[in-house]
Write a protein that binds this ligand. Structure first.
Ligand SMILES: Nc1ncnc2c1ncn2[C@@H]1O[C@H](COP(=O)(O)OP(=O)(O)OP(=O)(O)O)[C@@H](O)[C@H]1O
Length: 289
């Protein structure tokens, strides 16, 4: 896969970083063509004597809603952290859109179009939804503050802020949370927080979103809304990798399911195949789920 095919090479990243203005096109989705944007090969990660990830290998198909499941302690969170650059693997590779991103810092990976949702930090609870959104690109992509103090770039900064504000309202509207824009994030319900978390991630114009337990603490009505948004975005070409404890939810919504067990892939396939797999049943029964 060449850089031009990907449509978002390092040069484009650097230019985007310099411009400080990720484009958002909710109408058409990401403009890239790699069939499997994410490839994970032979990932290993140990903490002291504990092996958390033990040779995990899998691929995620573009435009898919892929579920990553496994019993408690299977290595799901660690795998997520290795993919998104929060942790460095002991060995193995993570390839995104044809580029080796293994061990890259999270903001550089986010610049390349792969983002994960983050829980709204306690201190951001004292800021409004709108303020949280305005901070999102900096938080995800490590935007430098120098731009705002460098002489001669003030007009550019003002223009970029205006563009950002426009996109913020577009995304808030998409997630139906524009009416709570002035609400403090700390006052939101669990479900509204999850919508804000996803809205923040989407603001950086990713190709792929990694969602870690996006429905935890969410009431059924908002869960459905979140799922509708995910399906709509997937229909536009966005790719999702979802870690979730609720097996039924994964089975009903994902077209491809990867089962981790003891740090490696036990099996993967369509939900019906995975559900019927004896090894999966055994792993879950023995895994205290
Ligand atoms: N920072 C760490 N230090 C030590 N051990 C760790 C660390 N992170 C994870 N582990 C261990 O690695 C193994 C895999 O943990 P991980 O959190 O990745 O699994 P998981 O599938 O996400 O589990 P759960 O479903 O319970 O969240 C576990 O045995 C865990 O205790």
């Amino acid at each position: 896969m060449s850089e031009t095919e990907r449509g978002r090479g390092p040069d484009a990243d650097d230019a985007a970083e310099a411009a400080g203005s990720p484009s958002l096109d909710l109408g058409t989705g990401p403009n890239v063509t790699a069939e499997y944007p994410l490839k994970v090969e032979g990932l290993h990660k140990s903490f002291g004597g504990i092996t958390a990830v033990d040779g995990a290998s899998f691929e995620v198909e573009r435009g898919s809603l892929t579920g990553l499941i496994g019993p408690n302690g299977a290595g799901k969170s660690t795998t997520f952290n290795l993919i998104t650059g929060m942790l460095k693997p002991d060995s193995g590779t993570v390839t995104f859109n044809g580029e080796d991103v293994t061990g890259m810092k999270p903001h550089r990976i986010a610049n390349r179009g792969m983002v994960r949702t983050f829980q709204i930090a306690r201190e951001l609870g004292d800021m409004t939804v709108l303020e949280n959104m305005m901070l999102a690109p900096q938080a995800q992509q490590g935007e430098a503050l120098w731009r705002s103090v460098t002489p001669g770039v003030r007009d550019d900064v003002i223009r970029q802020e205006e563009e950002l504000l426009e996109r913020v309202w577009e995304v808030l509207d998409f997630f139906d949370i524009d009416h709570i824009a002035e609400e403090y994030a700390g006052n939101l319900s669990g479900g509204q927080r999850k919508l804000l978390e996803m809205a923040r991630a989407l603001l950086t114009d990713p190709d792929m979103l990694l969602l870690d337990e996006p429905f935890a603490g969410v009431n059924p009505t908002l869960e459905k809304r979140l799922l509708d948004h995910i399906h709509e975005l997937r229909g536009q070409g966005y790719t999702f990798l979802l870690v979730e404890h609720d097996m039924d939810l994964i089975m009903e919504n994902c077209e491809h399911v990867i089962v981790l067990h003891q740090g490696r892939v036990l099996t993967e396939g369509a939900p019906e195949e995975v559900k019927a797999n004896e090894d999966v049943i055994e792993a879950y029964l023995g895994g205290n789920v």
